[in-house]
Design a protein. Structure first.
Ligand SMILES: C[S@@+](CC[C@H](N)C(=O)[O-])C[C@H]1O[C@@H](n2cnc3c(N)ncnc32)[C@H](O)[C@@H]1O
Length: 278
């Protein structure tokens, strides 16, 4: 009897460890007193929601086991490691993991990098072994959403948190219309996956209701949902960069609108924080 050989899970473990001791926490993007750069405007709402969720759900100051699935080059993973957490990035891209390695080295922190897919998380990091899973900008790309989310839920400890960031279906309709691509906007309006046509690079986008249903089906209860980049992607970059104080003002506006249903409905991304039942 010779059936097809089982597909091996590709795992490449890189423990990225600098010789220097971990440096003082330097969270990027959130609450910095210096002028926020444009990337900070794009990520600040996520950072702040994440930090608030952690302060409520995690004992103060205690290092947590964090998995950043599809963590890419470590934009969130490295700052979390700098805060003292034990961070593992699982990502199928060797190039992204190499960049992560460089970024962690520059930050003087340890991050474990594992080459693999979201659906294989249990085999890669173990069931019920994680306090926090980040899944940012990944559900749009995975082959199948439900198995990926099931694996994410399975690696969380009871009471563990999921930080889920995903593209908003409504936003692409607005974005294509503003770009003058009215046919694409019309297509995206009714497309079941929220795609604007054959040339759309994203396989799918989500609504708030879909994200709540998908996480709920895996035993994860939504504790917060924010709109991310409600305005930042609609404003010409030159306008923000040239005007003194504009970036701070834009950031203030993003913060103020993030949890208002009407603006969240049009934000580029939706950020959901969900907790696994204790
Ligand atoms: C848009 S990037 C987001 C990177 C990072 N999470 C961030 O927010 O900056 C998408 C990432 O998902 C990874 N990815 C794609 N398919 C994946 C899968 N099936 N499982 C886990 N990660 C995946 C890609 O390699 C890439 O690093």
């Amino acid at each position: 009897m010779s059936g097809p050989a089982p597909t091996p899970v590709v795992v490449r473990r890189l423990t990225v460890m600098s010789e220097s001791a971990p440096t003082r926490p330097r969270p990027t993007g959130a609450g910095s007193s210096s002028a926020p750069a444009r990337p900070a405007v794009r990520t600040a709402v996520v950072w702040e929601a994440l930090q608030e969720a952690l302060s409520r759900h995690a004992p103060a100051g205690q290092p947590l086991d964090v998995v950043d699935v599809g963590g890419g080059t470590g934009g969130f993973a490295v700052p979390l490691a700098e805060l003292g957490h034990r961070v593992t990035v699982v990502d199928p891209s060797p190039d992204a993991l190499a960049s992560l390695e460089r970024r962690a080295g520059e930050g003087g922190v340890a991050v474990t990098a594992v080459q693999g897919e979201a659906a294989d998380l249990v085999a890669l990091v173990g069931a019920g072994a994680t306090d926090l899973v980040l899944c940012h900008g990944v559900l749009e790309h995975v082959e199948e959403v439900e198995p990926a989310l099931a694996a994410i839920a399975a690696v969380l400890r009871p009471g563990g948190l999921l930080s889920l960031l995903a593209a908003n279906r409504n936003a692409v309709v607005l974005a294509r219309a503003i770009a003058g691509r009215f046919d694409q906007a019309r297509h995206a309006l009714d497309d079941p996956d929220g795609r604007f046509g054959a040339g759309d690079p994203l396989p799918r986008r989500f609504t708030v209701e879909q994200l709540a249903a998908l996480t709920g089906a895996q035993g994860l209860a939504v504790v917060a949902c924010h709109g991310v980049r409600s305005f930042a992607d609609l404003v010409p970059g030159a306008l923000v960069d040239a005007e003194p104080g504009a970036a701070e003002a834009l950031l203030g506006l993003e913060r103020a609108a993030a949890d208002r249903d009407d603006f969240r409905a049009l934000a580029t991304q939706l950020h959901v924080v969900a907790v696994r039942a204790p």
